[in-house]
Design a protein around this ligand. Structure first.
Ligand code: VG1
Ligand code: CO
Length: 598
């Protein structure tokens, strides 16, 4: 093949967000749009990292992936890449990409040094929906901000890109290596099975035999919903073929380009079918729900864990996994190096870390921040409130890993009990955890597709407000800090009226200094910390493709064992009220209610 230099002009707005560049498919399909971003990435990586490299290219299989893979293969060839590895049909889950970078060895002994992951994660897919791309590094984790900033800078000045226009399309449906000859020698495209490396890694982490025993117990019923994302390519192999679950326990496990028209986001709003099956929806069936249910997002890095008629908050999930990992999961039998959570995630994990005397870290939203800690041997288990959980086996969150972790905990708790009267349940494990560590009531309100200017104004208002605590308490809690107990007229209430919420004792804009490389990330969300440990956090989403999404995170800690069994929306109602008043949410956004509550 020959190398063509194609002239191009910069596009606005190619800034990678929390997890790569996500835009509508029609934006990506504009002439040179994808090419600009890919070339900007190659240029950000520097020539010696690209020349001779082995790169992985694949994703969740959403609409436009197949075309994108061919473009990236041709651009890789032209930029001197030596090998491109592609999961069959361009399918690889985000965690599997991370595993492939770290674990896979090519037939000629080669190892990959990075990957383009083609996904917009939990965003819908199809011709009118989203596409996305992000770059992962040699440790298997998302490119750090230093690199993504450089990519963005390059997109603003790009003048040309390199492409092997005459390279024929490679058949990515057939496993095998295709070799080409270019100006700098041989170039290979290696199409391989999407699941093999990942399954092997999972088998080295968990005790599959004990999970198999649990799943074969007639009293333990199981259900997994891939929401037509890429998790389906792994679910059958792992849950059915390796662990013996029934095929009927898999829902929506055929990957589709448009996710069957759904929103591949594993939460109580979008995983409707599973939610109903688990006895949680309004229209839940009369059939006895399974004991355990789980769902994944489009690229299978997220997970939702459900018990029979019971929802496990992701913030609790990571805390419970951390609390039980050493006993229940062979990979951790030597102990945990440390644990970490993203800032808006509830402090349930903090309490476990304290009890177990573990190193603990609070990082900004987005998985890239956990990677440095893991590479430095400081963190074994981590998680986010946004249905992301994972460990240092790879450098991405891992949806199926989380399910296997929960199944391991259930297998461990039931190991002497499989023939007994009653199995220990998901709900039982969570309630036991609350009884031991206290409960963090938690909810997140999302205001999606808000006018971007209005969202910025709201955030600016909150930044200004947080600098004056008296003002915060005056407005938000409707009683002045200086005059607690005094009577007030007008809008202001007195302490006796609002005794359900304590006062704000600290507020800030979260800033993170990476303990490993010293890099600083600013403007990571506004926090209001209350005297009783409650928190309100506001931040703007960095993964949307249109308008702005405001996220409001609400949390309250309850230690009193007689008060840990309440409905979480009831328990949090006063704090929600305060949050909405404090932020003037309706005034700024015109919204009287959030689009999604998780
Ligand atoms: C959201 C979540 C964040 C997560 C990110 C990527 O980001 O809040 O916790 O890491 O999505 O997950 P944001 O900036 O929209 O709040 V995924 O599964 O979309 O790669
Ligand atoms: Co995802």
């Amino acid at each position: 093949f020959k190398v063509a230099r194609v002239e191009t002009k910069p596009y606005d707005g190619q800034k990678p967000g929390t997890s790569g560049l996500r835009k509508k498919v029609k934006v990506f399909m504009q002439a040179h749009y994808l090419e600009n971003f890919v070339q900007a990435t190659f240029n950000a990586l520097s020539a010696e990292k690209v020349r001779g490299a082995t790169l992985v290219v694949s994703g969740d299989g959403r609409y436009y992936s197949k075309e994108a893979v061919q473009i990236i293969i041709k651009m890789g060839a032209a930029n001197g890449v030596r090998r491109i590895w592609v999961g069959q049909n361009s399918l690889l889950s985000t965690p599997a990409v991370s595993a492939v970078i770290r674990e896979r060895v090519g037939s000629d002994g080669s190892k990959a040094s990075g990957a383009f992951i083609l996904t917009a994660s939990h965003n819908p897919g199809g011709p009118h929906e989203d596409f996305g791309i992000k770059y992962n590094m040699e440790n298997g984790g998302p490119a750090p901000e230093g690199i993504t900033d450089r990519i963005f800078e390059n997109t603003k000045t790009i003048k040309e890109y390199l492409i092997a226009e005459d390279l024929p399309d490679v058949d990515i449906s057939a496993i095998g290596i295709t070799s080409f000859c270019g100006p700098e020698g041989q170039f290979d495209v290696d199409v391989f099975d999407s699941a093999t490396d990942y399954v092997k890694l999972m088998k080295s982490i968990f005790d599959f035999e004990s999970i198999r025993k649990l799943l074969s117990c007639p009293k333990f019923t199981f259900c997994y919903d891939a929401l037509h994302g890429v998790a389906g390519a792994y679910a059958k192999r792992i849950f059915v073929e390796e662990l013996g679950a029934q095929e009927s326990s898999l829902l929506n496990c055929v990957p589709k380009e448009d996710f069957g028209g759904g929103h591949p986001d594993p939460n109580l709003t979008y995983a409707k079918e599973l939610v109903a099956r688990m006895g949680l929806g309004k229209s839940s069936s009369e059939v006895e729900p399974p004991e355990f249910g789980a769902a994944a997002d489009g690229d299978a890095d997220r997970n939702m864990i459900l018990g029979k008629r019971f929802f496990v908050t992701p913030s609790d999930s990571v805390a419970i996994i951390a609390a039980n990992a050493v006993q229940a999961i062979p990979y951790f039998s030597g102990g945990l190096k440390g644990v970490a959570r993203s800032m808006p995630t509830s402090a349930a994990l903090d309490v476990v870390a304290k009890h177990l005397n573990l190193k603990f870290f609070e990082v900004p939203t987005g998985w890239k921040f956990f990677g440095n800690l893991m590479d430095a041997g400081l963190c074994s288990v981590c998680g986010e409130e946004s249905f992301g959980t994972g460990s240092d086996h790879i450098r991405e969150k891992d949806g199926i890993w989380a399910v296997l972790a929960w199944l391991s905990i259930l297998a461990y708790k039931n190991k002497d009990n499989l023939n007994g009267e009653k199995l220990e349940t998901v709900e039982g494990i969570v309630r036991q955890h609350w009884a031991t560590y206290g409960r963090h009531y938690y909810t997140r309100y999302d205001y999606e597709n808000v006018d971007a200017v209005a969202a910025k104004e709201l955030m600016a208002y909150l930044v200004k407000l947080q600098s004056d605590l008296t003002e915060v308490n005056n407005f938000a809690l409707a009683w002045p800090v200086e005059s607690i107990g005094l009577d007030f007229s007008g809008d202001l209430l007195i302490k006796g009226v609002r005794s359900d919420v304590s006062i704000v004792v600290e507020a800030d804009e979260f800033e993170y200094k990476d303990p490993v490389d010293g890099s600083i990330s600013k403007h990571q969300g506004i926090r209001y910390l209350f005297e009783d440990g409650s928190r309100l956090v506001f931040r703007l989403s960095g993964t949307g493709s249109e308008g702005a999404t405001i996220r409001l995170y609400i949390e309250q800690y309850e230690k009193d064992p007689t008060k840990i069994g309440r409905d979480s929306q009831d328990a949090l109602a006063p704090l929600v009220d305060v949050a909405l008043k404090l932020s003037k949410m309706q005034e700024f956004t015109g919204r009287s209610a959030p689009t999604v509550i998780t």
